[in-house]
Each structure stands twice: as structure tokens, then as C-alpha cells.
Design a protein around this ligand. Structure first.
Ligand SMILES: [Zn+2]
Length: 308
């Protein structure tokens, strides 16, 4: 039976087997996946890549909710985490000041947005967050926590409409991206915008290492997008794609950028060459994860706008 795409229902083709990091953990909480093998699939219609099988959302949410608050840095470096770029994207595209951060963690980004805005430019900050520990810190930062997930909101409640909805490092965790995006669209005010940061499978490095790329090795990363997938979703939801920027998740020093580039290029070429016919090298490449590559431009920051 061909596996159908979780977004567009078209058939998909296998790319290859996934190797998760060992021991397997989700948000720092151990998860037992020992009985399952995972294959990366690619949809022939909307280009979504996804793991087969998908890990159940209930199991993942259980891990997120058990996660301790120190899983997230309390005060991440705004420069390193590109909060300046995210805040600029929000302020230049927003048509109002009510902002909802889905998966807001400890509220560090909203805190940065508020503190970097002028006093007559104040944001009304709301958040959804499954981790109780992180949500408690966000509340101290004057973020109004409305629940854990979109399911905790009511589309008929005008208080649950927002000028800006942001989802940073969220979309890759979804079992049902359609349902999530529909909920996001339903909670936008007229002319509201949806901003997301997630991995971009079109990135160089990702295309070299395919399903073995570092971003795919985290068990909680389930679905992987590129621009055609976002365009497909936008069209389905009557939203306009008004912004699309490729960027790295983290700003790194040039020495780290060069080091990771060299290491990962060698790893990718060796893996593609099946270890150059050397059995122990091939075995090592097939069973171990590649080096991390945080400085790579492997994310996309995109903006969707409600057209009505
Ligand atoms: Zn598809």
C-alpha cells in the first residue's frame, strides 16, 4: 500500500531509513522507540517529507508536558537565536498588536519583542504552551497563557482572534499539519498574519545528506517542508504567502560555521559513496548520526496573510 501524504493525500515514495539519536529523548524526556523502524517519505505532489510511521501526538505531548523548564534556556542570547530577525519580521508585517505565540516555551521571544518596542507600541502577548514549567515562566513575563494547544481556544470567542500568530520551531512536530494550519487560519483577525520558522528540505546540506540530515535525527521532528509545501497549504487556506526567507536557526561564529560545513560535507560525500567500499566505514556511516550543523541555512521564515 503506498503511504499517502498527511497534507494532500497524494501518494509518496520512500527516501530511505532514518537513524535517530541514541538514547532517544523528546524534549529531554526518554522515549522508547526500540521496536519501530522509521522511513522518510516524500510526497510527489506537495513535496512534504514525513516519517513513516508518525509517532503519536499523545506520546509526544506527554513528553513535552513532563519536560523540565531548564530544557529551554531561561534567557537565550537574542542575537544567537535571531530574535532581532524574528521581531523585525513581526513588526514590519503586523497590522495590529494582539500576538499569539504557539509553543511559546518560557516566553523569551515575546519578552524580547515587548522590551525592544517603544512604550507607545505595546503588544498584547498571548501564548499556548504544553510544558507547565515553561508556561509558568512565560506568565511571569506577562504572557497570558491560554492553554497548551489550539484545541484549548474557541473560534467563536472574539478574544481568541489575533493580528499575529507565530509558530517558531513548531511545524516540524505536527502529526496533522492540515488541522494545525486550519486552526491557525481560523484564529487570525481580518488581515492577520501567520509567521513560522521551520526546517527547509531544499537547503544545501539537507539535499546532500537527505533523510540522515541532523534535523531529521530528533524523534520529535516528524514532518519537513519546503516552499512548494507552504504554497500548497496557503492556497488551501485562502492565505497569501507574503514573505519567505532562508536562514540558519542560530547565528554562529565564522569558525564554527566553517568547521561544521567541512565536517558535514565530508560526512555527506562519504555516506553517499557508501563509505568508499570500506565495510567498517560504511557500517559506521549507516548506524551513526552525522555531526550537528546548526549554522547551516536550513530553516525558512515565512509569512502568510489572511486575504479576508
Ligand atoms: Zn502532499
Amino acid at each position: 500500500m503506498p503511504k499517502t501524504c498527511p497534507i494532500c493525500d497524494h501518494d509518496s515514495l520512500p527516501i530511505g531509513p532514518i537513524v535517530h539519536e541514541n538514547p532517544t529523548k523528546v524534549a529531554g524526556v526518554p522515549i522508547d522507540l526500540s521496536d519501530s523502524t522509521f522511513t522518510m517519505m516524500r510526497c510527489s505532489h506537495c513535496a512534504l517529507q514525513f516519517k513513516d510511521p508518525l509517532i503519536s501526538m499523545d506520546l509526544l505531548v506527554e513528553c513535552y508536558s513532563k519536560s523540565s523548564t531548564d530544557q529551554w534556556e531561561h534567557s537565550p542570547s537574542p542575537r544567537k537565536r535571531r530574535f532581532d530577525d524574528l521581531a523585525k519580521c513581526i513588526t514590519t508585517n503586523a497590522s495590529g498588536k494582539r500576538i499569539l505565540d504557539v509553543g511559546c516555551s518560557n516566553g523569551a521571544l515575546l519578552d524580547y519583542l515587548t522590551s525592544s518596542s517603544s512604550s507607545n507600541d505595546q503588544w498584547e502577548c498571548f501564548g499556548l504552551e504544553p510544558s507547565e514549567a515553561a508556561a509558568a515562566t512565560a506568565t511571569e513575563r506577562r504572557v497570558t497563557i491560554l492553554g497548551a494547544l489550539f484545541d484549548d481556544l474557541d473560534t467563536n470567542n472574539p478574544e481568541h482572534r489575533f493580528d499575529v500568530i507565530i509558530a517558531i520551531d513548531v511545524l516540524e512536530h505536527l502529526v496533522d499539519p492540515n488541522a494545525f494550519m486550519k486552526q491557525a487560519a481560523n484564529h487570525l483577525s481580518p488581515n492577520g498574519i501567520f509567521i513560522a520558522l521551520t526546517g527547509d528540505t531544499d537547503a544545501w546540506g539537507w539535499r546532500l545528506q537527505k533523510q540522515r540530515y541532523w534535523y531529521c535525527n530528533l524523534p520529535e521532528h516528524l514532518v519537513f517542508y519546503s516552499r512548494p509545501t507552504i504554497e500548497f497549504l496557503a492556497q488551501q487556506l485562502d492565505l497569501d504567502l507574503i514573505g519567505y526567507t532562508k536562514m540558519s536557526h542560530t547565528r554562529s561564529k565564522i569558525s564554527r560555521t566553517v568547521r561544521d560545513y567541512v565536517r558535514n560535507t565530508i560526512w555527506g560525500l562519504s555516506w553517499r559513496a557508501k563509505g568508499f567500499g570500506i565495510p567498517p566505514l560504511r557500517k559506521m556511516l549507516d548506524s551513526n548520526t552525522p555531526p550537528g550543523w546548526l549554522p547551516n541555512k536550513d530553516h525558512m521564515l515565512f509569512v502568510l496573510k489572511a486575504t479576508k
